[in-house]
Design a protein around this ligand. Structure first.
Ligand code: GLU
Length: 495
């Protein structure tokens, strides 16, 4: 019988969850769900100086937002708990003793300064530097003496001669000559394990069958394979997935827009769209032209041999397109909820402003904006006028549209007509504009552009009549007055 698949995502909590990490966790999660396996989340927090609780929170929140529910890990526990490396020191100690006793690891007392000096000397002779195994010569008695004197030491792994190979599910056989590997440190002088050591011990204890991770780790894999063998644990299968690059083919970073999942959540991208986009970065189902995949479709179709081994290029335009497709399909209430969260986070409104009336107002905004939105946050970027009387005008457009012959008078005419209406419905306002333009024998646009500028401060946006209805009579009259006043001020100042 096939063993149950057990995969893991093992982030280091030193910052936010970046898109590369999100895609790694997506592939692990999808593979587990596809195979009926187990998805483990393990926090690799042994770098005490750089790991923070805030980062753990951000990473867990991002994973939850993306919907990658883990079967074992923080908050759910599981048979191999704890799932934080900083709480697993006992296991590393247990295994290090095994390696020391069998001569597969040894203590090293060389200081950083000594090592730097010897490295420099070797390199000056034109040779490659590897740890020169000076401390391997120490007798057990000498080691004891130094330890009892309180000398600081690390524990190094003894790399045997030969070659180390493993099968990568994306690229086949990968072979390293062991001379390329150093007797690397397993346990640091403060007693904390290094990444390679802790990772192997945990993957082995947690019975991980497949290690799916970024290909920036490929050079660590031969070290880890040697460690599994030295510890007598079965070696898992490997799939190293390609990096995500920016359009200029350099590693994705802030220069290419934000690489953090939180950024996209806060901008009002939809998690399903994000998951779809991340899945399509370096994975193809083989169905030509199909770009939109639900989670279920991704799970059903996912297979590691369809993951490309070439790096993927992050394309914000494509993400925006995909997100706009999801926005068009989304429930109104979902979009409203996202909008309200953004408004509160950006301090456009206070939490106690979210009354049923306000929610209804947001529903109307979402209804007219959803066709034109790439992400929900565009509403506060491009249409802040929905939420404040104090919006800025686009002055260049203002001068063009309003500081010309007749615009002021036409605004006054509209105001007079609107004042007489009970409510500014789409139909009623459209009638007003049609009648006025017929009477004056000018195009309706001559009324529409000034009005739009007066009530929103910008030239583009949803249909004017919808906008008038959503804002309502009181705001519209107030805004026309405000604008008429601005026109006067500009005239006086000679503009
Ligand atoms: N903590 C490592 C990282 O965040 C995990 C690498 C691995 O999956 O082995 O890069």
């Amino acid at each position: 019988m096939e063993k149950t698949v057990r995969v893991r995502f093992a982030p280091s909590p030193t910052g936010f969850l970046h898109l590369g990490g999100a895609r790694t966790s997506l592939f692990n999660w999808a593979y587990a769900r596809k195979t009926g396996g187990v998805f483990v989340l393990r926090i690799e927090d042994t770098d005490v100086a750089r790991s923070t609780d805030e980062s753990v929170e951000v990473i867990l929140d991002s994973l939850k937002w993306l919907g990658f529910n883990w079967d074992e890990g923080p908050g759910v526990d599981g048979p191999y708990k704890p799932y934080y490396q900083s709480m697993r020191l006992f296991f590393y100690q247990e295994q290090i003793q095994k390696l020391l006793q069998t001569g597969k690891a040894y203590r090293c007392f060389c200081s950083a300064e000594e090592l730097a000096e010897r490295r420099e000397k070797t390199m000056a002779e034109g040779k490659n530097w590897r740890y020169d195994r000076k401390c391997l010569q120490l007798s057990p008695a000498e080691v004891e003496t130094r330890l009892s004197q309180g000398a600081s030491s690390v524990i190094r792994f003894f790399i045997p001669e030969g070659e180390t190979s493993f099968i990568d599910m994306l690229r086949g056989d990968v072979i390293f000559n062991n001379v390329e590997l150093d007797d690397f440190v397993l346990l640091k002088s403060d007693g904390m394990p290094t990444y390679n050591f802790a990772c192997v011990v945990d993957d082995a204890y947690m019975k991980i069958t497949h290690v799916i991770r970024g290909d920036d780790h490929i050079s660590n894999t031969p070290r880890q394979v040697l460690l599994y063998k030295a510890l007598g644990f079965p070696v898992p299968q490997y799939a190293h997935i390609p990096m995500i690059l920016g359009k200029d083919k350099t590693r994705l970073s802030k220069r290419h827009g934000s690489p953090s999942v939180t950024y996209y959540r806060d901008k009002g991208y939809l998690p399903d769209a994000m998951v779809n986009y991340l899945a399509r970065l370096s994975w193809a189902s083989g169905e030509e032209e199909k770009e939109i995949f639900t989670r279920q479709e991704i799970i059903e179709r996912f297979s590691l041999d369809q993951v490309s081994k070439h790096s993927a290029v992050f394309d914000l335009d494509k993400l925006n397109w995909m997100n706009s497709v999801y926005i068009r399909e989304a429930d109104q209430s979902t979009l409203v909820q996202i909008l309200v969260e953004i408004l509160i986070r950006e301090q456009v409104i206070k939490p106690n402003a979210v009354t049923p009336d306000f929610t209804h107002y947001c529903e109307k905004i979402v209804a007219v904006m959803r066709e034109r939105m790439k992400y929900v946050g565009q509403i506060t970027e491009d249409a802040r006028y929905f939420f404040t009387e104090d919006f800025e005008y686009d002055w260049i457009a203002f001068d063009k549209v309003l500081m010309n012959e007749g615009a002021e008078d036409r605004l006054v005419l509209c105001r007079e007509e609107f004042k007489e209406l009970d409510e500014l419905t789409v139909e009623a306002t459209e009638d007003v504009i049609r009648n006025l333009s017929e009477k004056q024998n000018i195009k309706a646009a001559q009324f529409i552009h000034p009005l739009r500028m007066a009530i929103s401060g910008v030239k583009g946006g949803p249909g004017l009549f919808e906008l008038l209805e959503i804002l309502g009579k009181e705001k519209v009259l107030f805004r026309i007055d405000r604008t008429l006043n601005q026109i006067k001020i500009r005239k006086q100042s000679g503009n």
